[in-house]
Design a binder for this molecule. Structure first.
Ligand code: AMP
Length: 355
């Protein structure tokens, strides 16, 4: 267990790191962020911030020496960067990053544990893509295997003709059959150093243009009926990776049960509602897990919750939500809005009212 005043290193400088830093401070820990030059919004919330390239081994060694444990808030931290931190100091194990950073590996790994992803094929050439569309049919989605998030690195393929006309990106890809889903949901869990696992309730997640727009609780009967099967898979994934911290698996709810979409070895946007809506937030429990503290209660504490992202637009207008006492605003401190950029989020909690 980390003693009071210990230092937690956080690889990455985004809003997830910012919210982790707040939970760390609450628990009496100091934080040091580490990320390359860029728009690092967690900096002001960390006790210190190191700006250095991911492959700057000297800077990484100096950073690791100042930290008691290290974790990450960004799933595209290079595996070699995570491996440069002494193995007994970094949680989760960098193997989780390695598994999740390549969509092909990730799907094969999840299948080996009994999970069901969308039909997929490896695509390294135009010829592979045409063959994949012939075999799996269209519509489908071509995705780069690496570095994709928020719908980036994805192309919708409506027909074989689309496949023939497309200039492939200069990166290994995967073609996925389009899943005719009824809804989307995620399973978010926390696993302690001792292997104890707790789940938060699943929300119904609504995406717009490949980006999460909102999460709703309760998620509805169809998702609730599929949560057990999805949790069983998520538990197997977490145990197989000897995972420590918060892990997220995203699913499509279909008539044939849950179809695995992807996993994120980190706290997740679809868990932001837990800050006000659960007895212990995903951020607090992630820090508790990596610090070796007992896990907090993950129970939902309001009957109806909605989290909505503020994407690509000025956050100033969102302050007007605060005239309603059920609303909570989170500003990520980003100077300028641009298309697709997550600027903050608003959570609305509906409490039981008397009378
Ligand atoms: P991803 O980054 O792979 O999670 O994709 C972002 C979003 O695109 C998902 O949450 C879905 O809304 C949509 N999407 C991705 N893959 C598929 C698929 N195979 N079938 C249907 N929709 C998909």
């Amino acid at each position: 267990m980390l003693a009071r005043g210990s230092t937690i290193g956080i690889l990455g400088g985004g809003q997830l790191g910012r919210m982790m830093a707040m939970s760390s401070a609450q628990l009496g820990y100091r934080t040091i962020g580490f990320a390359p030059e860029g728009d690092n919004v967690s900096g002001p919330l960390n006790d210190d911030f190191v700006t250095a390239a991911w492959d700057d081994t000297d800077a990484l060694a100096a950073f690791a020496a100042r930290c008691d444990v290290v974790t990450w808030e960004f799933e595209n931290v290079p595996v070699d960067t995570a491996r440069a931190i002494p193995h007994d100091k970094i949680f989760p194990d960098p193997h989780a990053l390695e598994t999740a950073q390549d969509r092909l590996n990730e799907k094969r790994f999840v299948e080996s544990l009994g999970g069901r992803p969308a039909a997929y094929a490896k695509v390294d050439s135009s010829h592979d893509l045409i063959a994949a569309v012939d075999r799996l049919g269209a519509p489908g989605i071509l995705k780069t295997r690496r570095d994709g998030y928020d719908g980036k690195g994805q192309w919708r393929i409506g027909s074989s003709r689309d496949a023939e006309g497309l200039r492939l990106p200069d990166a290994p890809c995967i073609y996925e059959g389009f899943v005719e889903f009824d809804a989307e949901f995620s399973v978010i869990l926390v696993r302690s150093r001792e292997g104890e696992i707790r789940f938060w309730d699943s929300t119904r997640n609504v995406h717009e243009g490949g980006i999460l727009a909102a999460s709703h609780y309760p998620a509805g009967n169809q998702i609730t009926a599929q949560t057990d099967a999805a949790r069983t898979l998520a538990r197997k994934v977490a145990d197989a990776l000897k995972y420590v911290g918060v892990l997220t698996l995203e699913f499509f709810a279909t008539h044939e049960g849950p179809i695995f979409n992807e996993m994120a070895p980190r706290v997740h946007n679809s868990g932001h509602w837990t800050i006000e809506g659960a007895a212990t937030s995903q951020f607090e429990n992630h820090i508790r897990a990596v610090a070796g503290l007992p896990l907090g209660d993950t129970r939902t504490i309001a009957p109806s919750i909605e989290m909505r992202n503020i994407i690509g637009s000025d956050i100033d207008d969102a302050y007007s939500f605060l005239s309603g006492s059920a609303y909570h605003l989170h500003d990520y401190g980003k100077a300028e809005a641009s298309e697709g950029r997550k600027m903050g989020h608003v959570t609305r909690l509906q409490h039981n009212t008397r009378g």
